[in-house]
Design a protein around this ligand. Sequence first.
Ligand SMILES: O=C(O)CCC(=O)C(=O)O
Ligand SMILES: [Fe+2]
Length: 302
Amino acid sequence: MSIAKRTHSCAPTMTDDDVIWFCRNGYWILEGVVPDEINRRAMDFLDEHPISEPSEILEEDWFVENVIVNPAAAGAVRSLLGDNFTLPVLMSNHRGTGPRHPQDWHRDGGSRYGPEVNYLQVFYYPQDVPPEMGPTELLPGSHFLYQREKHMAHYDAIKGSVLTAAPAGSIFLTSYNIWHRRGARTAPTGIRNLLKYNYWRTEDPRRDWIQEPDFDIEFADFVVDSQRHSELMRDCVDAAEMYFWLCGKSDEFHYLGGQGWPGDIPENKATPEAIARTRYRHRYGVPGDMTDRGYRPVGRTW
Ligand SMILES: O=C(O)CCC(=O)C(=O)O
Ligand SMILES: [Fe+2]
């Protein structure tokens, strides 16, 4: 049966904190979630179909069940795209061997910038991909960073990038427009396969992932986990705006500017008065004056 235009319904697996982690960094890694037997079967299939777009694999029930709607992966996709998301219709394989320089930094064609999360680019490694096999390199937080591709290609190593070195059966979800490239490969032999495919949203966004009872948006941490490449605090503002969009509450997101919520000024986080003064009261279920709220750390030490 063709997978084209099929949708999938399942339970979400990500929490508010997980969703915010994705918003600020632009990716989400699930290590070793596909069973070994399926990884081996996928490797055999790819050896028999050594082409760049082996979309036939999407017709294989064992592959769809264990990779495309793999419970861990589909639960994460469900958390970010809502229920009844559309399954991939095209499969790419970035297959290569021998020592290679890294690819140019790029984002794939069709990127749209902004807070909306309507589609995801997902990668699956059917084999172990240690650093010497040239795993994909990602630049955390770069999904909000606009740059023309011709300009991006001039950069080489970028401080704060992460290598997605991972064991067989790992799947990683990315915000489609995150900057990425095939990492440098030093291993002289052995083929590396990397399957890449997209899912799309069909339902309006709302906060229907796993809700944490003590989650408090006022104190959520929107700071990108790696080296910041945007203007100071821009990462927090963009990530928070994406989170509000995912909650279906874009109309409640108002950034006043300057050193207010959800900014990342050490002084604000260090003094309760400064936090209370500058954090924006955004009507997200936390009405009223913030000055009577105590300071709580937000998961970072300064
Ligand atoms: O091979 C990789 O690790 C990434 C390849 C890629 O991003 C591409 O060719 O668009
Ligand atoms: Fe790419």
